[in-house]
Design a protein. Structure first.
Length: 507
């Protein structure tokens, strides 16, 4: 039996969400890049500090902690927040990456606003939307109530839609609408599933009075209802994850979003889909969820391979990274499909690895856009000489995806594969194992090929026939952007050493 939860001595979890929301109101009244960036970055750093303080307290008392709102809504239940290892991994990754993105925006969005012909007034709206988006991401990780989870999930939708529509590239309004429709469909399917499952039981995944996480749906909901509800939840969150067949929106939205937003959308928001499946399907109806394991594992491997193959065919850096994210979501689903604690833990650790690794890689794409003025890998090469900090950060980012130490990806990959092996589905094991080998090999191949195409080989300007459109001697590394990119990569390395601490409150 799980230990009884402990109420926090102060509402640290609610404060971690309130901080960016309050800051969004403050920046709405400010003007200019420096003031808005400072407030935005500081508020998100404060959120991260509050989350660390809450988690440290929970480790001190050796128990899951919670923040009640002291409000019970008829037909909905209690709105409260709670923190265990899974929630902390998602919340702290979202808060830290959001803070880094806010700081990174100081340089990147100045470049983008100039392209769009926008002045100093644009900064307040941009940071207001970014802060609301980040607050929604943190709230999703902490919500103990399915309806509250849905509210926070929808809070991420409108700000991100507006950020793409206002500051994106290409046909940004059409792409923003595509993103809005697809992701709203996913959220609605999820909501229909939890409404169906929770109607005769509860919407709370964490029952404060009883003091433990339990499969309340599987205990109190007729099996025939769960057999309809769980697929709705899984498919709805599968849209958010952009799993194979539900992924059409992602390459457009993530490639054409303003690059700081891409650094949040691609690793953090889509990974939330896996977290939703874990909380509202795997943990709430474990037996039924385990019966879907062969389907989920097959879906995961197909997603890994498809995303990796299409990524290899891309020339645009951001579309390459977008399809890489599709492939990486296959890893998360593989861990969930194992339907055991090792697989679940591996999936959530891979959320962390992908959050920091892919954030660093999208930030790298932003440096290329600002410094070299192209996203085409066929027009790049030899840039390690001119962008050394960025090249090092990108290499670490790719190591996260490949699962090579000292990155947290080695632990996530190990636990996902161990969870899969423990699942032991004899009729599927050999074929699935071959598929996993293919998928993980593709990750290494597309990562190293992309790094070589961008940073190694002939330097720009040294081989005119190579197709470079610029003189390499004119390339200058934007140091502020480069070092924020490096920080994102280094947080993933820090997570490698923090594994015992990160996993101490695993359910």
């Amino acid at each position: 039996m799980a230990a009884a939860p402990v109420a926090l001595p102060a509402p640290l979890l609610w404060a971690s969400i309130a901080s960016p929301i309050v800051a969004s109101l403050i920046v709405a009244g400010l003007r200019g890049s420096k003031a808005t960036t400072a407030v935005s970055t500081a508020s998100l750093a404060l959120s991260a500090a509050l989350l660390i303080a809450a988690y440290a307290y929970s480790l001190g008392v050796h128990a899951i902690v919670y923040d009640p709102l002291y409000a019970v809504l008829p037909g909905v239940g209690e709105f409260s927040l709670f923190l265990d290892s899974y929630g902390f991994m998602v919340a702290i990754s979202s808060a830290v990456v959001s803070a880094l993105v806010a700081a990174y925006s100081y340089w990147y969005m100045a470049h983008r606003f100039e392209e769009l012909g926008l002045g100093e007034d644009a900064w307040s709206l941009y940071h207001m939307l970014l802060l609301l988006f980040a607050a929604g991401l943190i709230g999703v990780a902490l919500a103990s109530n399915a309806i509250l989870f849905y509210i926070f999930l929808e809070l991420t939708l409108i700000p991100s839609f507006l950020l793409i529509a206002l500051y994106g590239y290409g046909e940004r309004v059409r792409i923003a609408l595509l993103y809005l429709v697809w992701t709203h469909i996913g959220s609605t399917l999820f909501l229909l599933g939890v409404l169906l499952a929770g109607f005769n039981s509860t919407f709370n995944i964490f029952t404060v009075r009883e003091g433990l996480l339990e499969g309340v749906w599987s205990l109190h909901v007729p099996p025939y209802i769960l057999q309809v509800a769980l697929p709705l939840i899984i498919i709805g969150m599968g849209v958010k994850m952009a799993l194979l067949g539900l992924h059409e929106w992602l390459p457009y939205a993530h490639a054409e979003a303003p690059t700081p937003l891409s650094a949040l959308l691609s690793p953090n928001l889509i990974g939330v889909g896996a977290y939703g499946i874990l909380r509202f399907a795997a943990e709430t109806a474990p037996s039924l969820f385990a019966s879907y394991s062969p389907i989920l594992i097959t879906w995961a491997i197909a997603t890994m391979i498809y995303g990796g193959l299409v990524a290899l065919a891309q020339d645009d850096v951001k579309r390459f990274l977008a399809y890489s994210s599709v492939s990486q979501m296959g890893y998360l689903m593989l861990g969930l499909g194992a339907a055991n604690k090792l697989g679940y833990l591996g999936a959530m650790l891979h959320y962390v690895a992908h959050a920091f690794g892919k954030a660093a890689l999208f930030m790298t794409a932003g440096v290329l856009i600002v410094a070299v003025h192209t996203r085409s890998m066929s027009r790049l090469g030899g840039l390690a000489k001119y962008l050394p900090v960025t090249a090092a950060a990108a290499l670490i980012g790719f190591l996260h995806l490949m699962g090579i130490p000292p990155t947290i990806g080695i632990w996530s990959k190990y636990l996902i594969l161990r969870g899969f092996a423990l699942a032991s589905i004899p009729s599927l094991y050999v074929a699935a194992a071959i598929g996993i080998v293919v998928g993980t090999t593709l990750t290494a191949v597309y990562s190293l090929v992309a790094f070589r195409r961008i940073f190694l080989g002939p330097a720009p300007g040294e081989t005119p026939a190579h197709g470079h459109h610029h003189d390499g001697a004119g390339v200058r590394e934007p140091r502020g952007m480069a070092w924020v990119t490096m920080l994102a990569a280094l947080f993933g390395i820090a997570s490698f050493f923090a594994l015992p601490w990160l996993t101490a409150l695993t359910p």
